[in-house]
Design a protein around this ligand. Structure first.
Ligand code: ZN
Length: 90
């Protein structure tokens, strides 16, 4: 499995499964750690033709898992709102 820059992997996979969160959240975290979410970069690797691989939230960088999780300014604001109230209001 390929490492995602900026996301430590040592023990993360086993820790992800032991967290006391919903199964859906565990699967999402696991898919982030193994880079298996359908980001535009990952879709292009699977030869899906896209007209643009930029992040649709910020239009500043390519849409990769690393970008969505840690470096997109717009996504970071959304993550904070989701975590702070378990509800997402844009
Ligand atoms: Zn972005």
């Amino acid at each position: 499995m390929k490492a995602i820059p900026g996301i430590p992997r040592n023990g993360c996979l086993s820790k992800a499964w032991s967290l006391k969160v919903s199964g859906t959240t565990k699967v999402f975290g696991w898919r982030v750690l193994i880079d298996r979410l359908p980001s535009k970069i990952n879709l292009q690797k699977r030869r899906v033709r896209l007209t643009c691989n930029l992040c649709p939230l910020c239009n500043k960088d390519m849409e990769s898992i690393q970008h969505i999780i840690s470096s997109c300014d717009v996504a970071q604001r959304l993550w904070v709102k989701c975590v702070s109230g378990y509800s997402c209001f844009w």
